[in-house]
Write a protein of this length. Sequence first.
Length: 67
Amino acid sequence: MALKTKVKEYREKAGLKQSELAELVHARRETIVHLESGRYNPSLRLAMEIAKVFQATVEELFEFTDE
């Protein structure tokens, strides 16, 4: 299973830089970079914090696929 994320799409739509999103969710910019590239699975807490920033659900931002 692979994690598919729409974080980059939502972040760009909101006009945020990776560093700005990282600051809002109390994470490192590198964490956001790895998350957007699919190399990092976020904790439930981080996923919920990111969803809160974008006023979206965790399910809208993250999806597991059979890749």
